[in-house]
Design a protein around this ligand. Structure first.
Ligand SMILES: Nc1ncnc2c1ncn2[C@@H]1O[C@H](COP(=O)(O)OP(=O)(O)O)[C@@H](O)[C@H]1O
Ligand SMILES: [Mg+2]
Length: 434
């Protein structure tokens, strides 16, 4: 239903003056437009807003106040409005714009109020310049955007920071791990060094003690030999020469043990097996047996049996160390005249070296400690030694991947069996490593 304000009744002069006063004092632009879209009247505020004087606009098409791009559309809207005039806001959902006399375009909000003036339908357009509001809105929008950009940046920074922190934490834990490893490596090498120092100092103490006896023997035998200068003293001289020889051998053994031990501890000994033809191996073993025979006590015959037809995979130095160590024990811990048997056997996959004597034997309770450093059985008594020889033998055998076994009976004798693997695979591996 059309509800038009009927102004026809406003006839009295007083009311007209009041209306004019309100009209011109209003702080909103009011433009009265007739049914043809021509400006009929406008208030002072509208004059200021659009920069026109009233006389410049009156009678002109209202589209003069609308930017040309919308002018045509506006004519259509205006006609539609007149078909169904009602009080309402213009351009709902659209941004309305108006144009000033100086061509400046500005945003507006317009309320339309149709009214009846006598027979004619007129429309009052209430125009508000919303430039400031729009600016504020744009500002708010820009600030919101800025805020969004800022929070996005903060989020990015946060993520980057978290990633960096995680990376640093990881790097830290890696560094910690490395440090721990280094620490344990250092501790290990320090402990090894300490052990070696202990070993050396213990050895120096022992050697200075152990060297006294052979040196005293040598000294006394030498002075006695000097006295036994008669033709009938040949036996006595020979006896003292033997004693000197034994004393020298004892000292040499001590030094050999020490040297081997230090080299083992310092990691300077590695197992370098080579392929020895069977006759080469047999010659090598016989040579060692002959050397050891020279150091044997009177009547200690060293027999050497070698049952070896195939080639042998072995480190020559290792073979020498093993045999001299074990045979020197057999000599040392056996009385004169007691035979010593060296036996070498090569089976399909191992080389077995056995040294058997008929010496003092080893007490049962001591047998399990024989490979410990500096260990000497209770019955070793005054017999020279360091207690290192068998420990060294065991270490060498371990290097070769073999085994060593000792069987002994107190007062009857001792048998030492050393087994060194000789499988086809060991030969192949050896070929490979060349
Ligand atoms: N053939 C053996 N007969 C009797 N006892 C032995 C024999 N071989 C080794 N032992 C005992 O084992 C101990 C350790 O031997 P080893 O390490 O060679 O030391 P060392 O020869 O310096 O005494 C010896 O002191 C000795 O008590
Ligand atoms: Mg020994």
């Amino acid at each position: 239903m059309t509800t038009l304000i009927d102004t026809s009744g406003i006839a009295s002069k007083g009311k007209v003056v009041l209306f004019e006063t309100i009209f011109n004092a209003a702080t909103i632009g009011i433009i009265i437009v007739d049914a043809d879209g021509r400006v009929n009247n406008l208030n002072s505020y509208a004059e200021q807003l659009f920069g026109y004087r009233k006389y410049e606009l009156c009678g002109k098409s209202v589209e003069i106040l609308i930017p040309s791009a919308y002018g045509q559309v506006h004519v259509g809207h205006r006609n539609d409005f007149l078909v169904n005039p009602s009080q309402r806001t213009m351009g709902v959902g659209r941004d309305l714009q108006a144009i000033r006399k100086n061509g400046e375009i500005f945003p507006v909000e317009i309320g339309l109020t149709p009214f009846q003036d006598h027979d004619e339908i007129m429309v009052a357009a209430f125009v508000v310049d919303i430039t400031h509001r729009k600016q504020q809105e744009a500002l708010v929008k820009e600030q919101a955007k800025e805020l969004e950009r800022f929070s996005k940046r903060v989020h990015e920074l946060n993520t980057a920071l978290r990633q960096e922190a995680a990376a640093r934490e990881q790097a830290l834990s890696v560094a910690k791990l490395e440090l721990k490893q280094k620490e344990s490596e250092l501790t290990q090498s320090f402990q090894k060094e300490l052990q070696l120092m202990e070993l050396k100092s213990r050895f120096v103490t022992m050697a200075s003690h152990e060297f006294r006896t052979p040196l005293t023997t040598i000294l006394s035998s030498v002075s006695l030999i000097a006295r036994y200068d008669g033709a009938g003293d040949a036996d006595k001289r020979a006896k003292h020469v033997r004693r000197i020889k034994q004393a020298v051998v004892d000292m040499k053994d001590i030094l050999d043990d020490f040297l081997s031990m230090s080299r083992l501890e310092e990691g300077h000994i590695d197992f370098r097996p080579e392929v020895l033809a069977s006759n080469e191996f047999i010659t090598q073993v016989n040579e060692i047996a002959i050397e050891m025979q020279r150091l044997a006590k009177p009547g200690q015959i060293i027999t050497c049996k070698t049952d070896v037809q195939q080639e042998i995979l072995l480190d020559r130095n290792l073979l020498r160390h093993l045999l001299t160590n074990v045979i020197s024990n057999a000599i040392k811990f056996s009385p004169e005249q007691a035979p010593i048997a060296l036996d070498c056997k090569r089976s399909s996959n191992e080389l077995v070296l056995t040294v058997e004597d008929h010496g003092i034997g080893i007490p049962e309770p001591d047998q399990e400690h024989l490979f410990e450093r500096f260990f000497r059985a209770q019955n070793a008594g005054n017999i020279q030694g360091t207690g290192l020889g068998l420990h060294i033998v065991k270490r060498y055998i371990d290097l070769s991947g073999g085994q060593v076994k000792i069987t002994s009976k107190l007062g009857e004798g001792t048998k030492i069996t050393m087994t060194i693997p000789q499988s086809a695979k060991s030969f192949a591996d050896n070929e490979h490593s060349k």
